[in-house]
Ligand binder design. Structure first.
Ligand code: ATP
Length: 361
């Protein structure tokens, strides 16, 4: 078992709190991603798990064993850093073989192990090259093979794609995912790219300002963001605030999670001259915040059954291939709306959304 647990983990540098307190649990065999903006504490978290840093408070366990007094080299962990960090004076083969000096390879034969790893990461036949004669993507594959060489129970990757162009990043992330599945190795992956996080992970932890905002599957954090931060950071969103003016009696919609039906409220919006009907539990007189995804809007056919309509001026139109992204100015508020690519209005538009498209925050 190689699950990872952080319990009440904090990291301070002098008076600066870089992280925490944080509680996280990564399951055995899981692909778990830490995602958040620059400076939110992702790398610090990874370094605490690797043992490059010690927590100021709290505990890290790997496979239920406390890591408090276990140095990095005694942790069964492979690390892929941001900038490959290959040894320039060694060939590809020697780079991958390097960790096997300190630890016997699985199967006992280091050369065979290196060949298997080069096959696994798609570098068959390139073992005798120097790292400087490789592309960025190939170097990152070498770094991955080197991290995997001793067959670690835990793989840690810190923004491994950040130096690569977008197309290569997408290709390589699929390969990393394939390799991770093939080996079943517990993996903690760090990225600031929310799209990448959604694409590769079993679960993600959305981090902000040294804290964990939400942990969930990609679909959970996308469909049901728990906080304003997550709603705004993961994908695009429109955030609304207002006051509940009425509970809508007798009307409810099936809950998104299949549980109890959500109940509806009429909310008078701040900054927009509109009262809308949304799924929300807040009482009359209370503040209500919610988010609506750009793709949840449609062009209004008529008045809209629930009156959830906004009329504004199309300020920007971006053709995205599969959809068109509009910025619609409604007084002081700009809405982001995504429509099917063939529906491209201009000038004044009226858009609407269904009550259950609103996610309470
Ligand atoms: P990035 O994506 O930019 O690498 P990150 O999410 O990985 O960001 P960390 O590198 O973990 O963030 O940093 C978290 C916070 O801790 C930041 O505010 C950073 O300035 C601070 N920090 C990190 N290392 C140190 C250090 N050695 N001394 C002081 N402050 C530090």
């Amino acid at each position: 078992m190689a699950d990872v647990r952080l319990s009440g983990v904090e990291k301070r540098y002098g008076d600066t709190r870089a992280l925490g307190p944080v509680d996280l649990h990564v399951d055995d065999g899981e692909f778990f991603t830490l995602v958040g903006p620059s400076g939110c504490g992702k790398t610090t978290t990874l370094r605490l798990v690797a043992g490059f840093e010690a927590p100021t408070a709290g505990e890290v366990t790997i496979g239920e064993r406390s890591m408090a007094s276990v140095p990095p080299e005694k942790r069964d962990v492979g690390v892929v850093p941001q900038q490959y960090a290959l040894f320039p004076h060694m060939s590809v083969r020697e780079n991958v073989r390097y960790p096997l000096k300190f630890r016997d390879p699985p199967g006992g034969d280091a050369d065979a192990r290196v060949d298997d790893l080069l096959d696994l990461v798609g570098l068959t036949g390139l073992g005798d090259r120097d790292p400087e004669d490789l592309s960025g993507g190939q170097r990152q594959r070498v770094a991955l093979a080197r991290a995997l060489a001793p067959s670690p129970e835990l793989l840690l990757l810190d923004e491994p794609m950040s130096a690569l162009d977008a197309r290569l990043r997408e290709r390589l992330r699929r390969e990393v995912r394939r390799i991770q599945r093939e080996l079943g190795v517990t993996t903690v992956y760090v990225t600031h790219d929310q799209e990448e996080a959604l694409a590769v992970s079993d679960r993600v932890a959305v981090m902000n300002d040294g804290r964990v905002e939400q942990v969930g599957t990609p679909r959970e954090v996308y469909d049901a963001p728990a906080t304003r931060f997550t709603a705004a950071f993961v994908g695009e969103n429109n955030l609304f605030d207002g006051e509940v003016v009425e509970r809508v009696a007798g009307e409810s919609v099936p809950a998104a999670d299949g549980g109890q039906p959500d109940s509806l409220a009429r909310v008078r919006l701040d900054r927009l001259d509109a009262t809308v009907t949304v799924t929300h539990d807040a009482a009359v007189g209370a503040q209500a915040a919610f988010s609506v995804r750009p793709e949840a809007f449609t062009l209004a056919a008529g008045g809209g059954e629930h009156g959830n309509t906004f009329t504004g001026q199309v300020r920007e139109t971006e053709f995205l291939g599969t959809a068109t992204r509009l910025t619609v100015d409604c007084g002081d508020v700009s809405l982001v709306v995504r429509l099917a690519a063939d529906a491209i209005p201009s000038g004044t538009v009226t858009v609407e959304f269904e009550p259950d498209a609103a996610r309470p925050l």
